[in-house]
Design a protein around this ligand. Structure first.
Ligand code: NAD
Length: 458
């Protein structure tokens, strides 16, 4: 069998999978190399397992706390072993579906660790031998790993990352989370729902610091009400083990404090390691490859997509779209999706979603914008579901063209797509508001927010 392919794709996460399957659909001869499991971080150690656990955690909270919903179930408890089984079943079903899809499209899947020797040449270390592959193009979709901060004591076994939590599904009475970004806040919300006493230590003045300010303050308030302790401007200097507990020493507001818990979760970002995949390296920006509009790195013929590509959010759906784009480029097929219009979702309770510009970003660009904002307290579906107070905010320019939206409410992550379609197609607030939405639904609040925005534009 010839070891020459049209394209070698390295990494079978959402980016690599999308790229390989699209290429095969376009009639290209593709090999997909993966050193671990099909599905990458998203399916095995990220989005899918986290959201599976959250589904159960949300049910648990509702059954325990929503005493007004008419259900009376005594003695509800979490069976962590069953929860872990459930998570594994979900991951395995989705992995099988991906493998079947690759097989149907005749994508060659090679298990092993790939190293790019030179453009067009890759060596794969498999269990039994080293296999040399050649190709016309190489796509690197090798993702990222949890970053480990340079804090004394991070090597203590009870100091863990999201990888260990999602693999073992442990129960905690108390958990300290270092980092109040997306991963930190999702795990804070998840374990708070499961009944754990959670403390978040964030180094910056606010949690979710890259998101709209009102979103961070609303989430902070909501979680604090539910018993989560959030300390901002916290500088963690040391972690150690004392009397069977893990202790964090940190300084905040010029005071040094120590807190203890069963475990400490590190959620301080993710690091990319392209060194292990190719040498010499292409041009990098903080470890991530600088790419052109076609996702090609500074080395001709080597494309980089997903978390390892600089200038894009580290999100599964961003990686998939980039993979589709590279496939289209290599097959000579037009691709029109805007890779920079990427909805961001945070699966906390309530959910958070945003797309396009925030009010601040628009103002920083010198745009003349107006904002329509409505609370969800008047939305029938929110009231009948017993949801806590949320809001939807839309940003439009003086012509009414929608520029951005931020949602803090139930089903925010499902509803943000409507705004993405509108912004991507440069629709204005009147066009989007003019559509009849079913009653009673959460999405009626979208129309309310748009109408508030139209009023502001008069
Ligand atoms: P992040 O960059 O979103 O947040 C890390 C946080 O840790 C920041 O707020 C930072 O200020 C803080 N921090 C860093 N060092 C610290 C220290 N020593 N002490 C205290 N705080 C410290 O990173 P993340 O939350 O680890 O997420 C990683 C990536 O994965 C992000 O790009 C994120 O978008 C992505 N992700 C997305 C989703 C989702 O879309 N739902 C879910 C999980 C992860």
């Amino acid at each position: 069998m010839s070891n020459h392919y049209d394209v070698i794709v390295i990494g079978a996460g959402p980016g690599g999978l999308a790229c390989a399957t699209k290429l095969a659909g376009y009639g290209k001869k593709v090999v997909l190399v993966e050193k671990a499991d099909i599905g990458g971080t998203c399916l095995n150690r990220g989005c899918v397992p986290t959201k599976t656990l959250m589904h159960t955690a949300d049910l648990y909270r509702t059954l325990k706390e929503d005493t007004e919903c008419g259900l009376c179930i005594e003695g509800v408890s979490i069976d962590y072993a069953s929860l872990k089984n459930k998570k594994e079943e979900v991951v395995s079903k989705l992995k099988d579906a991906s493998s079947k899809g690759l097989k149907a499209l005749k994508v060659t899947v090679l298990n092993g660790e790939a190293t790019v020797i030179e453009p067009g040449k890759v060596v794969v270390k498999t269990e039994n031998e080293d296999v040399e592959l050649t190709s016309d193009a190489i796509v690197i979709a090798t993702g990222s790993l949890p970053a480990i901060p340079p804090i004394e004591g991070v090597d203590i076994p009870t100091v863990i990352t999201s990888d260990e939590i999602l693999s073992q599904v442990p129960s905690f009475d108390e958990l300290i989370i270092i980092g109040g970004g997306v991963i930190g806040m999702e795990f804070a919300s998840l374990y708070n729902s499961l009944g754990t006493k959670v403390t978040v230590l964030e180094g910056l003045p606010r949690i979710l610091s890259t998101m709209d300010k009102e979103i961070s303050s609303s989430l902070s308030l909501s979680l604090k009400k539910k018993g989560v302790t959030i300390v901002t401007d916290a500088l963690v200097s040391k972690i150690n083990q004392e009397q069977g507990k893990t202790t964090c020493t940190y300084t905040a507001k010029n005071k040094t404090e120590t807190i203890s818990a069963q475990a400490v979760l590190l959620a301080v970002g993710r690091k990319v390691n392209l060194n292990s995949v190719l040498n010499p390296l292409p041009e990098l920006d903080r470890g991530r490859a600088i790419v052109d509009d076609n996702m090609m790195s500074s080395i001709p013929g080597i494309y980089v997509i997903g978390d390892a590509a600089a200038g894009y959010p580290q999100l599964a759906h961003a990686a998939s779209a980039q993979g589709e784009k590279v496939a289209a480029v290599l097959a000579g097929i037009p691709y029109t999706t805007d890779l920079h219009l990427v909805p961001g979702c945070v699966y906390t309770q309530p959910e958070i979603a945003s797309v396009g510009m925030s009010e601040q970003e628009a103002k920083d660009k010198g745009l003349n914008v107006h904002v329509g904002k409505v609370p969800t307290t008047g939305n029938a579906k929110s009231v009948l579901s017993g949801d806590e107070r949320g809001f939807i905010k839309v940003i439009a320019d003086e012509t009414g063209t929608l520029l951005g939206a931020q949602l803090f409410c139930s089903r925010a992550t499902d509803m943000v797509g409507e705004f993405a379609v509108a912004i991507g197609n440069k629709l204005n607030e009147k066009q989007v508001a003019s559509i009849i939405r079913p009653h009673p639904t959460y999405e009626e609040s979208i129309k309310d927010a748009l109408e508030a925005s139209i009023k502001k534009n008069k």
